[in-house]
Design a protein around this ligand. Structure first.
Ligand SMILES: [Zn+2]
Length: 309
């Protein structure tokens, strides 16, 4: 079955015509994401889809969006896309433009489904995918199906509490996993430490720019004391969060990916699994694996979800 999968990102829109049974792509089209608001973004998605399916062979389009959405395809927040401040019905807007059925999903869930079908999650009926990048996102597969939850936000593991009264999270909460393990949370803490008289290599490497995952890798390899401490805290937070979810759901497997995991690699994943903080019964039964970083995983996952909805 051929489906158009679209990955909407902050900088580019990618569309692929995909055979969802094999993951093979027939055509791939890329275009910059417009900066002047959601209507222009929808126009551009429609243009990219039309080009990816020039012979009108696909009646189904799956779109992965980097934001919060409900089951009707209304996207309320896309912090990475300029001018996206209000509710936008992406499904209705695209169906009107394309004359095809459109299924809209969260991009992290798309990544989770792609890993489950064609990546490191293959063969596990029950799994959690965790993506550690700027923030921490996740997707839950139960009995080989994506678990979306009542509001569509199941798997938002970045915002579970791992420390009572801990660091303030970007969402306004306290002690959430993302504020310890996400790149932005680590950056905020490194800068706070530097300002409080604890100079560190992360701030030295990034200067006034963003502290990137590669800076984290570099400072960790150099055994910078503050970085070593912050990475240990990230490992512990991930072990607590993942261990608890694995216990609650009796998971077979957890797949870890995202920019931070890509840089710190297998040793980082091993440390999470071996941490004494990996609690509950989860550690006894659950296997942790590095994500396979499939090509265009977002577009692939969006197409798979659309084909199964
Ligand atoms: Zn939070």
């Amino acid at each position: 079955m051929n489906v158009i999968g679209v990955d909407l990102g902050g900088t580019k829109i990618l569309a692929r015509s995909i055979d969802v049974t094999t993951s093979k792509a027939k055509k791939r089209v890329k275009s910059p994401t417009p900066k002047d608001g959601p209507e222009s973004v929808l126009d551009e998605i429609a243009a990219v889809v039309a080009e990816a399916d020039a012979d009108n062979a696909c009646s189904l389009v799956g779109v992965g969006v980097p934001g919060l959405l409900d089951r009707d395809g209304v996207v309320s927040q896309c912090p990475n896309i300029d001018g996206w401040d209000n509710d936008v019905n992406v499904k209705a807007g695209l169906e009107a433009r394309l004359d095809r059925t459109v299924v809209v999903s969260n991009d992290v869930n798309c990544g989770a489904v792609a890993e489950h079908r064609f990546g490191a999650g293959s063969g596990a009926a029950d799994m959690l995918a965790v993506f550690v990048g700027t923030g921490v996102g996740g997707g839950i597969i139960i009995n080989n199906e994506l678990r979306e939850g009542a509001r569509g936000i199941a798997g938002e593991i970045g915002h579970i509490t791992v420390t009572r009264g801990g660091r303030r999270c970007a969402c306004g909460g306290y002690g959430h996993l993302e504020s310890y393990a996400g790149r932005a949370g680590i950056e905020a803490e490194a800068r706070r430490r530097a300002a409080g008289g604890e100079p560190n290599m992360l701030v030295d490497l990034a200067h006034t720019g963003r502290i990137k995952s590669r800076h984290l890798e570099q400072a960790l390899l150099a055994a910078d004391p503050v970085t070593t401490e912050l990475v240990a805290e990230a490992v512990e937070a991930l072990a607590i969060g993942i261990g608890n979810v694995a216990t609650a759901l009796d998971l077979q497997r957890v797949v870890l990916g995202g920019g931070v995991v890509d840089k710190l690699g297998q040793p980082f994943v091993d440390r999470i699994g071996e941490s004494p903080a990996f609690g509950g019964f989860g550690s006894k039964t659950c296997e942790l694996r590095l994500a396979e970083r499939l090509d265009d995983a977002g577009a692939l996952g969006a197409a798979i979800i659309a084909s199964e909805r």
